[in-house]
Design a protein around this ligand. Structure first.
Ligand SMILES: C[S@@+](CC[C@H](N)C(=O)[O-])C[C@H]1O[C@@H](n2cnc3c(N)ncnc32)[C@H](O)[C@@H]1O
Length: 328
């Protein structure tokens, strides 16, 4: 798949939430193949800036090609979602430095999960359709490949991973099949793993996804610590937003969406960190740090679903940062 063939998910909805403006500074924390970033740069022209972050060096090469026409309006950084404060601070975009960060950028985007480039490259180990190494790391230079991760887990631990991240039916049976495959085979690959998983699950009915889909998703989420990254990002992102700036987050998994929903609800409450039961004055209560831009997550409509099946499980939530918590 080429970078230009990639279709960004829920693009008009993201632009609506982020309201890019001429001269604004935006950060796409998961720049991928640069689809959303390109639209943000177009909408903030002629002089808006975009910082694009990705943990996958190959994604940055693809994004670099797609965004080359915007010249020095674009800065691409190899890094992780959870480190957004440090990355933007190193670029001089935070007024008060990393410890006491005061915003910041005019809009922040996170489009989580894997890119079509990763899924469609068998050598990256995400694909169960074509054989590839059991890797699945978004950053191939960090952490453990799936083969080592799986080898280090007991059957019971693997069952838990499959249940928690994949809601895998018959998880103990699938875990046993995977462990046996790893123990008995001289050479392992993604196609072999998919085959042994499918062999212990009911046959695929027409129109349904491959039986190994859930197991692959669960292993990928664990290998890349995707929920841990998101949690740490959600704890800190407010520090990089200028007052009035928004965050838009696209998730593809109910556990991710739950984390976003809870954190957004908390930030949009009055005095979320006040000790329970203490009477507070109006000034102490202040006003909420943020306001919800989406009460319910936005989903792809029929036209987008027909063009881009990947959008099927996408959920988009938005939040606007209002400024410091306590009223002046
Ligand atoms: C769904 S794709 C983004 C597609 C992009 N919005 C576009 O329009 O081309 C997700 C990207 O986020 C990256 N990614 C996922 N989790 C990340 C994390 N914790 N830190 C940095 N990058 C991450 C992946 O490597 C992948 O390239």
């Amino acid at each position: 798949m080429t970078a230009t063939a990639h279709i960004p998910v829920l693009l008009p909805e993201c632009l609506h939430l982020l309201q890019p403006r001429t001269g604004g500074v935006y950060c796409d924390t998961t720049v991928g193949l640069g689809g959303h970033a390109e639209a943000l740069l177009e909408a903030s022209g002629p002089d808006g800036r975009l910082v694009g972050i990705d943990r996958d060096p190959e994604a940055l090469v693809a994004a670099g090609k797609r965004l080359a026409r915007f010249g020095d309006r674009v800065t691409l950084c190899h890094g992780e979602l959870q480190d957004v404060v440090e990355i933007l601070d190193a670029l001089g975009l935070l007024d008060d430095g990393v410890d006491d960060a005061v915003g910041g950028v005019d809009g922040l985007l996170a489009d989580l999960g894997v890119s079509s480039l990763q899924l469609d490259s068998p050598e990256r180990g995400f694909s169960f359709q074509r054989p590839g190494p059991l890797d699945m790391r978004m950053n191939p230079d960090a952490g453990q490949p799936a083969s080592a991760f799986l080898a280090g887990l007991s059957e019971k631990e693997l069952t838990r991973v499959l249940r928690k991240y994949g809601e895998q039916p018959r998880a103990p049976r699938v875990a046993r099949a995977i462990k046996q495959y790893l123990d008995d085979s001289d050479e392992t690959d993604t196609a072999g793993l998919a085959r042994v998983v499918a062999a212990v699950l009911p046959a695929r009915r027409p129109g349904t996804v491959h039986p190994a889909t859930r197991a692959f998703m669960a292993i990928r989420i664990a290998v890349n610590d995707e929920l841990g990254q998101l949690e740490r990002f959600l704890e800190r992102f407010v520090r990089v937003l200028a007052p009035g700036a928004s965050l838009a987050v696209i998730t593809f998994h109910s556990l991710e969406d739950r984390l976003v929903k809870r954190r957004f609800a908390r930030l949009s409450q009055v005095a979320p960190d006040a000790p329970a039961g203490l009477p507070l004055t109006e000034a102490e209560l202040g006003r909420p740090q943020a306001e919800l831009l989406t009460r319910k997550p936005l989903r792809a409509g029929d036209v987008e679903l027909a063009q881009n099946p990947r959008s099927r499980s996408a959920k988009l939530r938005g939040l606007r940062y209002l400024g410091s918590q306590v009223a002046a």
